[in-house]
Design a protein around this ligand. Structure first.
Ligand code: PMP
Ligand code: GLU
Length: 396
């Protein structure tokens, strides 16, 4: 039987596959250290879990409006005001099954066949696949390590065409942990306005910023920017709620309407109980976010200190999210116990097999000679994993 040509071309998510493999190895009794998952190791905070329990016990277990309950949308508007100084109406908010779903909805709502979407590399691996699923063409704009893996407007100008429809910005970034400065964001916003592009601003790591940095949303540069921007956010990373699957988009009304219509047929409402939990997360006490951040920053500092002493690797110190993006190009083409390390994928495979350490090879993130380590795991495990990684690299 013939199957969908478009969908047959879609690659599976290697981050999810590696994370699942590491979890399975652990369940099988292997003493594995998983630097793979972009998933906080903390339990979901108590008051959030309690809100879900209360929802179940009070019978809040039925369909809700397809784009989410009004209470939650209002809370998201309040959050956008409180944290970002932005004014949105509940009708502009679409709550979905995770930010991943919000992003897929966004591309489907704005793209026509053949429209190009500029994606700065390194990028989170799902973006190009999502664009392809929505009949668009991902146009990768490669940033340089010298510019802290951030794209410049000159690089964007070199790739813009009459078919360019949108640009994606993810700050703080997965996989680099880099954060665009106010000036950099402002010039990208200016570029988008000049070429009449949509901006998809993935702000899911907004709360995970170190060294006292504050989050800047690209929407802060005025109405011309707001009217062409779709903000993507969610509760997975900030509140350690990856499995609850709640994300949202804040968009111009026309786009929010299309997304809501699509969702009303494709998935209906996101889980009602999880919406109540997300409401407690967004509208409730925020101390839990700061408490987790203290641990992430401490782990970041430890990672940076240890990794800077490992031979033949290099990286740019991350100031957000929970990843270190490591250049291993000097180690490639060499061997480990007679096994050739031809690329980052082989490096990750041999490391996993020989040392039981899972890392993400980054060809799918646009950099085939880099790996990503997540420090969303306990410090004890980080220490153990880095000891093993160091032994591994010393033996190459
Ligand atoms: N954007 C980025 C940059 C991410 O790293 C993730 C992590 N999965 C997501 C979006 C989606 O998060 P979720 O679907 O769990 O809300
Ligand atoms: N975003 C996380 C990561 O990059 C979770 C896995 C995924 O959804 O890709 O590891």
């Amino acid at each position: 039987m013939n199957l969908s040509i478009k969908m047959s071309d879609i690659k599976p998510s290697s981050t999810l596959a590696i994370t699942a493999k590491a979890k399975q190895m652990k369940a099988d009794g292997i003493d594995i250290v998983g630097f793979g998952a972009g998933e906080p190791d903390f339990d979901t905070p108590e008051h959030i879990k309690q809100a879900a329990i209360d929802a179940i016990e009070s019978g809040f277990t039925k369909y809700t409006p397809a784009t989410g309950i009004l209470e939650l949308k209002k809370a998201i508007c309040n959050k956008l005001k409180r944290d970002n100084g932005l004014t949105y109406e509940p009708s502009q908010i679409v709550v979905s099954n995770g930010a991943k779903h919000s992003l897929t909805n966004t591309f489907m709502a704005i793209l026509r066949p053949g429209d190009e979407v500029m994606i700065p590399a390194p990028f989170w691996l799902s973006y190009p696949q999502m664009v392809k699923m929505a009949d668009g063409i991902p146009v990768i704009v490669k940033a340089s390590k010298e510019n802290d893996y951030k794209v410049t407007v000159d690089q964007l100008e070199a790739k813009v065409t009459t078919k360019t429809k949108a640009i994606l910005i993810n700050s703080p970034s997965n996989p680099t942990g880099m954060v665009y400065s106010k000036e950099e964001l402002s010039s990208i916003a200016e570029f988008a306005v000049k070429h009449d592009l949509f901006i998809i601003s993935d702000e899911i790591y907004e709360k995970l910023l170190y060294d006292g940095k504050e989050h800047i949303s690209i929407t802060s540069f005025g109405d011309e920017v707001i009217k062409r921007t779709i903000i993507i956010n969610g509760v997975s990373k900030s509140y350690s709620m990856t499995g609850w699957r709640i994300g949202y988009a804040a968009a111009p009304l026309e786009i929010a309407k299309i997304m809501g219509n699509m969702q009303s047929h494709a998935s209906s409402n996101p889980n009602a109980i999880a919406q109540k939990a997300a409401l407690a997360a967004i509208a409730g006490p925020q101390e839990c976010v700061g408490q987790m951040l203290v641990h992430f920053e401490d782990r970041r500092n430890y990672m940076v200190e240890r990794l800077s002493k490992v031979k033949d690797i290099s990286f740019v110190r991350p100031s957000g999210a929970f990843y270190v993006f490591i250049d291993i190009s000097k180690l490639l083409g060499k061997t480990y116990k007679d096994q050739p390390l031809s690329d980052a994928k082989e490096f990750a495979r041999v490391l996993l097999e020989d040392k039981s350490v899972a890392v993400i090879p980054c060809a799918d993130f646009g950099f085939a000679d880099h790996i990503r380590l997540s420090y969303a795991i306990s410090k004890e495990n980080i220490k153990k994993g880095l000891d093993r990684l160091e032994e591994f690299i010393n033996a190459i």
